[in-house]
Design a protein around this ligand. Sequence first.
Ligand code: MLT
Ligand code: ZN
Length: 492
Amino acid sequence: MSGMAYPAPSAALLATLRDRLGPAGFSTDPADLAPWLTDWRRRLTGSAAALVSPANLEEAAFVVAAAATDGVALVPQGGNSSMVAGATPAGIGSDSDPRALLVSMRRMRTIRRVSADDNAVVAEAGVVLADLHAAVEAVDRRFPLSLAAKGNATVGGLVSTNAGGTQVLRFGPMRALVLGIEAVLPDGSLLQGLAPLRKDNRGYDLKQLLIGGEGTLGLVTAATLRLVPAIGARTVAWIGLHTAEDALGLLRMLEDRLGEAVESFELVPAEGLALVLRHIPDTRTPLAAAWPWNVLVEAVSSPGAEPIAARIEAALAEAIEHGLVGDATIAASEAQADALWKLRESLSEAEARDGVAAKHDVAVPVADMPGFMARAATAVVERFPGARPIAFGHLGDGNVHFNIRSPAGGDDKAWFAANAAAVSRFVHALVTEAGGSMSAEHGIGRLKRADFVALADPARLAAMMAIKRALDPRGIMNPGALLPLAEAAPPP
Ligand code: MLT
Ligand code: ZN
């Protein structure tokens, strides 16, 4: 829909914001705005009337309150690394008539407090994940969530998208790691809940609405995050297998033998490894032969505990003896461990270098995943002859990226333009019918909104819309992300 319900920011509003935020916090210069108007995957470009960058909570609250008075649309943005264009001000106005204010949280990058005693860190929304990791390491603690975009992704975005990544298996996604939130609600009021409470039973857990809310219910300005003990030693292994079912069997066996020490269990199919070896410099094959499936396992031990390597080695030897595993290698140094991780973490990049792919991020119950991958691949190829499914990722979490590449040797861009929307709807319908989720970790954003709205359980969608209308009756927060634009906005 048009989004014409949103007024363009008036000259008076822009002047008020300029005065309050100063030159470092306010710009209408197209050169300042341009880098932030296109999404990470370069699928959408939008427009904004101004780039507004609050430096602290008071300025953030001022921006939201001023926009709320006029009903002006706000699009919050952190590192702009959304996989689903969740932070791109597209569809709210046109290039010649931009109607949104793009609210960058990147200047709010103070780590307010790190407490080893509380096992908690209070970080502002603009803190970059890699900087957060470094800050808590300084007090011998660890923030146990990581992803390939850690050099860009910010705390506010990670919270607002309930980010996952490659280390969710043991400690969970952001939902399990956020102890408290500070946010500006759509009317400009402050939700101040940063105390690192482990127990709080005062009714609705409002922070959980903001986690994964994609900025549609408020502007997250800071979060209190849970920390865990630093790692004493880690062991990374690369394992070759005959089938995805064997991978699942191996996961359960390793859990039996190693308990909670297994922190990553990532699946890479033969064609995924081949793409990496073909396109990513300084990579080499980890095993003597190519196996239909590979798994990267990382297991850790606490400082002072017995190192984990010998136990993994024994477990893998047993798995090979029983025919569950074909072959395996264990990294003998940190450099080798990093090299194995590079094979996994650069898979998306290798895929992109090879050509265009329709990308999906699906979850089903872990035990159903091998069967789902096989059934879905057959169904996709039947419906779209020649299409090349490739499934990789977080098998331990029941979440894979079930991407579809175009038929070999053709014009991938033309195929993608003609088929991508239908392919994605087909895959999303398959996973929904299987009782799963069409967005396991990337969110809905703008790229998946239409499929989400079309396939969502009506009761779930109606409840979400009711919450949205109650907290943001004028629909000013991140319009167009997650929920339909026209319904969130008031009638013109
Ligand atoms: C990954 O797991 O590698 C990413 O979430 C997938 C992606 O970048 O598409
Ligand atoms: Zn992923």
